[in-house]
Design a protein around this ligand. Structure first.
Ligand code: C5P
Length: 232
């Protein structure tokens, strides 16, 4: 199993992002590019970060009709990202189309994971707004199973759900988990947070860490602490 720390580069533009990455010198990182940075800088930001030797998780959470998602994934595949994602709520056919679109002629493709339920969605929202009348952890697990059946490699979930997902979908099905804070850091808007050490104990494969690294006085030191705690 490949355990790693992914840094969420939630910056508004290119300059801040590159200034941040420069702090790490020649080190090769796993960087998450989200909607804000991608929509402000476009594919060029992916190419530039990639050309520095970093791996990229492009977090665009696609959710559309299967044909559109398949074609969009074909474009992302050509951009040579390492990891990308869709919403499991788009359904099995959409996820199958995503995997198809992502797969290159030589059979290789980036890793693709699915968002089950956003961490900002709670059971009340699910019941009253999405009209899903099932317990949240059951929905997360069932969406995980559906994603695995569709050929998806893993899910984004809370570290607290990693064990259940592995039991339902197999040990090799990836759990990519945000909501991680170094001990002593503020939780901010995250509701259920764990430390990198606890995420490792709970079976997360990748932790996604934003503010505990980007907001630290010494980001490379905070990153090292995350790596030590998570990967030993
Ligand atoms: O700063 P922080 O460590 O909370 O950043 C977490 C990152 O993971 C953010 O980029 C956020 O958008 C992302 N994320 C999340 N919860 C999800 C999916 C993505 O926090 N369910």
């Amino acid at each position: 199993m490949s355990r790693d720390v992914i840094i969420a580069c939630d910056f508004a533009g290119r300059e801040e992002t590159m200034e941040f990455l420069d702090l790490f010198g020649d080190r090769k990182l796993f960087v998450k590019i989200g909607m804000e940075l991608y929509y402000s800088c476009g594919p060029e930001i992916v190419r530039e970060i990639k050309s520095r030797g970093h791996r990229i998780f492009l977090d665009l959470k696609l959710h559309d009709i299967p044909n559109t998602v398949e074609k969009a994934m074909r474009v992302l595949s050509r951009m040579d990202v390492d990891m990308c994602n869709v919403h499991a709520g788009g359904g099995r056919t959409m996820m199958e189309a995503a995997v198809r679109g992502l797969t290159r002629e030589d059979g290789t493709r980036p890793v693709i994971i699915a968002v089950t339920q956003l961490t900002s969605t709670d059971e009340k929202t699910m019941r009253e707004e999405l009209l899903i009348d099932r317990p949240l952890d059951e929905v997360v697990t069932e969406y995980g199973r559906m994603a695995a059946d569709a050929g998806i490699d893993g899910v984004v979930c809370s570290p607290l759900e990693a064990g259940k997902i592995h039991s339902a979908c197999g040990e090799n099905f990836l759990t990519v988990t945000p909501g991680v804070r170094l001990a002593g850091d503020a939780a901010g808007d995250q509701k259920r947070v764990t430390t990198p050490a606890v995420a490792a104990e709970l079976g997360s494969d990748y932790i996604v860490v934003g503010r505990s690294i980007t907001g630290a006085a010494n980001p490379p030191e905070a990153y090292d602490r995350c790596c030590r705690e998570f990967m030993g």
